[in-house]
Design a protein around this ligand. Structure first.
Ligand SMILES: Cc1ncc(COP(=O)(O)O)c(C=O)c1O
Length: 465
């Protein structure tokens, strides 16, 4: 991974990624915007990867990168961990098929592990993505409480459906006041009804949150929250505890969306780290070991409303008891897919080894301290922020506690650094958070910190520091 010097970051990127550029043009002919998920796009075009091993990605032009995107945090063991590969191959060989479309043993085995690890989980259901998990959790909350509004926090992402595609990255000038944010749609095609039925709350501001919740309590089924906003802005412990108390008092269910924080902030997620028990929890990413998965878990009395036995649901085979609206509908051809659950079981087994989990956290801290020392050395107002094995690089010397604070940091400087780092073999999507894996070693950390130093010098030379 030789470091090549040239001044303009984007020009150099174009030079180094010609094959990506060519393939991207082709992709645009067959997919809108050339991508299958909008998040994969960045200017001038996304880099196409062709191979990965451990902590390293290789692109179609042959450039190597230390990978901190890790598929948006999912690859906690790094790429191609032998235990995961072995488990999946064994599942297919031993079971004779990738899936049966019936219940099977792995469903019980993985459920037992999650119930043991997560203080808020007594029963679970599998889904195929984090988005499906949050969607199901919200429907469960509505069915359980017979109330039909939800509240979410400004700046928090819970997947790609109407009820939660609200105020994730809003234009602050349209988003109302800091302590009483108003709902801003985050996609074309969001019906006004959803904006009226999703209440937006200010993160880490207990007083304002309580005021808004009290005003809407009799219509609110649930509050959904990323306990660590965007995976890197930790909730104040008193804030989470206070939120738990208020929601309990008002009869509003509390959903911890731990799709990012599960198995990263600690093995038992943010709920373990903070000692706060939600009513429902959603998981995904790391749990799939590199395959698509989601889970909703929670209190047995809530989860049990999706049990069809004795009541029947819309797929009920001809019993006279059939009443679709007695049961919460939840189904999916691929739910609890055996190959995916075997990858998840293998991943959790590796992470359950304390030494492994500690190693990922320590590698993360070494990297974070290294970046912070470089910022100090170069007099750059910047720091790192996060918990466990996820963090972000924040270009500000002010405290960052919520979405509005992030908007006041120097995002242009961060972007400049990110593009330089791409040219220097350090990969995360520009402006995205960093995730670290078991496969990251001192060698990758040294490479990253060297690249940071070169990047800081280049940005400084261009007068952007
Ligand atoms: C907190 C959170 N919830 C839900 C989701 C949606 O998960 P998926 O992309 O698997 O649908 C994400 C994805 O990044 C997430 O970070």
């Amino acid at each position: 991974m030789a470091l090549k010097l040239k001044d303009d970051a984007s020009e150099l990127l174009l030079d180094r990624t010609r094959e990506s550029s060519r393939l991207y043009q082709e992709a645009c002919e067959v997919m809108p915007g050339g991508v299958t998920a909008n998040i994969k796009y960045f200017d001038p075009y996304p880099i196409l990867m062709k191979k990965a091993e451990g902590a390293i990605l290789q692109d179609v032009d042959g450039n190597s990168y230390v990978d901190y995107l890790l598929s948006y945090g999912a690859m906690a063991l790094g790429h191609g961990h032998y235990k995961v590969t072995e488990a999946v191959l064994k599942q297919i060989m031993n079971m004779g098929s990738t899936m049966f479309g019936t219940p099977h043993q792995f469903e019980i085995d993985l459920a037992r592990k999650l119930i043991r690890l997560y203080r808020g989980i007594e029963k679970i259901r599998y889904t195929n993505s984090g988005t499906e998990a949050t969607l199901l959790a919200i429907r469960m909350a509505m069915a359980y409480t017979s109330k039909y509004k939800i509240a979410k926090f400004e700046g928090h992402y819970h997947g790609g459906f109407e009820q939660v595609l609200v105020s994730i990255n809003p234009d602050v000038s349209k988003a109302g006041s800091e302590d009483c944010p108003c709902p801003v749609p985050e996609s074309a095609g969001i019906c006004q009804d959803h904006l009226e039925n999703t209440i937006v709350l200010p993160f880490n501001n207990l007083e304002a949150t309580e005021r808004i919740l009290r005003a809407h309590a009799d219509q609110l089924a649930a509050v959904i929250i990323e306990p660590v906003q965007a995976g890197f802005i930790p909730a104040d412990p008193e804030f989470l505890q206070g939120l738990r108390q208020i929601t309990t008092e008002l009869g509003i269910l509390l959903i911890f969306d731990e799709v990012k924080t599960g198995f990263r902030v600690s093995l038992g997620g943010a709920q373990e780290k903070y000692g706060v028990t939600p009513d429902l929890t959603t998981l995904g990413k790391v749990l799939g070991g590199g395959f698509p998965i989601g889970v909703v878990g929670g209190r047995a009395d809530i989860m049990d409303i999706s049990a069809p036995a004795g009541k029947g649901d819309l797929f009920d085979a001809g019993t006279s008891k059939r009443r679709s609206d007695d049961v919460l509908f939840h189904s999916g051809t691929y739910n609890g897919h055996p190959s995916i659950l075997s990858a998840g079981l293998a991943t959790i087994e590796v992470l359950e080894d304390d030494e492994n989990f500690k190693q990922i956290e320590e590698t993360t801290m070494t990297l974070r301290r290294g970046i912070e020392q470089l910022f100090d050395h170069y007099g750059v107002p910047g720091t790192t922020l996060g918990l466990g094995s996820i963090f972000n690089v924040v270009m500000s010397d002010k405290l960052v506690r919520n979405y509005r604070d992030i908007q006041k940091t120097n995002l242009n400087l961060r972007r400049e650094l990110d593009y330089e780092l791409l040219n220097l073999g350090v990969y995360t999507k520009p402006l995205n958070r960093y995730s670290v894996s078991l496969a990251h070693t001192q060698k990758e950390i040294d490479h990253t910190l060297n690249a940071y130093e070169v990047a800081l010098n280049r940005v400084k030379r261009r007068g952007k520091l």
